[in-house]
Design a protein around this ligand. Structure first.
Ligand SMILES: [Zn+2]
Length: 115
């Protein structure tokens, strides 16, 4: 059963409750419809996030995310804040050797030196 079928079922129950003038049932159906809409919106958002997560192969390195392509080569460095908090894959710009900034949130990143 898809969401539209569930909503149509709610509409039928709503109309029946309206015909028999059962206000308690009408309120329950309205609450149920609202919950269905909220779950539908959440589901759409989660599908978008999952599609975005599957698009990248992010590995935490240094203090940013490094994305590797299918061959295992480094494709780019990405902002951890934007990826974790906003689900946005924003490639970091290098403004000086080993120093980067995010063009979206303006966070700056500096590679730690390894010996
Ligand atoms: Zn950012």
């Amino acid at each position: 059963m898809d969401v539209n079928s569930i909503i149509q079922g709610c509409e039928k129950i709503f109309n029946i409750a309206s015909d028999i003038k059962n206000s308690e049932l009408l309120e329950e159906i309205c609450s149920l419809k609202k919950a269905i809409y909220e779950l539908t919106e959440e589901n759409v958002q989660l599908k978008k996030e999952l599609a975005n997560k599957n698009k990248y192969n992010m590995k935490p390195e240094q203090n940013y995310y490094a994305n590797y392509n299918e061959d295992g080569n480094l494709e780019g460095k990405y902002c951890t804040h934007c990826y974790d908090a906003e689900n946005l894959a924003i490639r970091l710009n290098e403004y000086e050797k080993g120093k980067y900034y995010c063009p979206h949130c303006k966070n700056s990143y500096q590679e730690r030196r390894t010996i």
